[in-house]
Design a protein around this ligand. Structure first.
Ligand SMILES: [Zn+2]
Length: 239
C-alpha cells in the first residue's frame, strides 16, 4: 500500500517544530506527504514580526509567514497547503470541517499527524485537533460500508506539544530522524518569526533520541521526534 503522510498544523510554523523530521524521513522512504497549515499564525505566533514593527498589517505578516513556511516546506521537500482560517482565535464552522473532510478524502492519507487534544497554553491547537478528528471520521466512515465515498481509516498520531506533561502528551512512538536532522535544522532556520524555538527543538530532538536509545538499544539514534498514537495500530503480526 502506498505510504501517504498528512500533517495538519493550526499555524504555519507548527509542522516545522513538531514534524519536519518525520516528514523528511517519510519522503526519504518514498512516501507521499502533504502539509496543511490551517492559518498563518499571524496574530498568535508571529511575536517577533510584531516586535519589529508594531504598525505592520496582518496581511503583511501573513505574507511573510507564507514565504517562511513555503521555504521550510521546500527544504523538507513536501507540498504545503494554506487554508488561511485566521488564528487567535481559530474558529470552526461546518464549512471548514467540510473543507478538511474533502481534503482528507482527496489525499487519502495512510497516516495523519496533528496536534494533541489538550494544550492549556494555546487556544487554537485543541481546535485543530477537534477539526482533524471530525474530518478524519467523516472521510473514513465508521469502518463499515457507507452511502458516501470513504477512505480507509488513516493511522492517527499527535505530534509533541510545547509543554508535553501539561498537555497530557504521553509519547508511544519515536521516529529516528538522525539522517534528516540537517534538513529540520535548515527548515527551522527559515522561521524567522519564531527563531527562539530553533535551539529548543534541536535540544528536544537530542533528548528524545536519548529516550529512543534507552527504549530500543539502537545506539545510532542521535535525533528523534516523539508522537502519541490516537487510535490503536492494527498489524499483521506481533513481530
Ligand atoms: Zn501553533
Amino acid at each position: 500500500m502506498k505510504k501517504k503522510l498528512l500533517v495538519v498544523g493550526a499555524h504555519s510554523g507548527d509542522f516545522v517544530w513538531r514534524a519536519a523530521g518525520t516528514l523528511a524521513k517519510a519522503l526519504e522512504e518514498g512516501a507521499e506527504t502533504l502539509v496543511v497549515a490551517m492559518s498563518y499564525g499571524e496574530r498568535g505566533e508571529s511575536g517577533e514580526l510584531w516586535k519589529e514593527d508594531p504598525k505592520r498589517s496582518e496581511e503583511s505578516v501573513k505574507k511573510i509567514r507564507h514565504e517562511q513556511a513555503s521555504r521550510a516546506a521546500e527544504i523538507i521537500g513536501t507540498p504545503i497547503r494554506f487554508l488561511d482560517w485566521g488564528d487567535y482565535p481559530m474558529l470552526l464552522s461546518d464549512e471548514r470541517v467540510r473543507q478538511l473532510t474533502e481534503l482528507i478524502g482527496d489525499f487519502e492519507p495512510t497516516v495523519i499527524l496533528t496536534h494533541s487534544e489538550k494544550d492549556p497554553f494555546n487556544p487554537d491547537h485543541p481546535v485543530a485537533f477537534q477539526a482533524v478528528m471530525r474530518a478524519r471520521l467523516l472521510a473514513s466512515g465508521a469502518g463499515v460500508p457507507s452511502a458516501f465515498k470513504n477512505i480507509e481509516p488513516p493511522a492517527w498520531y499527535s505530534f509533541e506539544p510545547h509543554q508535553p506533561e501539561l498537555s497530557a502528551f504521553v509519547p508511544d512512538t519515536f521516529i529516528d530522524i538522525s539522517s534528516v536532522m540537517d534538513k529540520k535544522i535548515a527548515a527551522m532556520a527559515c522561521m524567522g518569526a519564531q527563531n527562539y524555538l530553533k535551539d529548543y527543538y534541536t535540544e528536544l530532538a537530542s533528548r528524545r533520541a536519548n529516550h529512543a536509545r534507552r527504549i530500543s538499544g539502537q545506539k545510532h539514534i542521535q535525533y528523534a521526534e516523539a508522537h502519541q498514537s490516537q487510535v490503536p495500530r492494527v498489524v499483521a503480526s506481533i513481530f
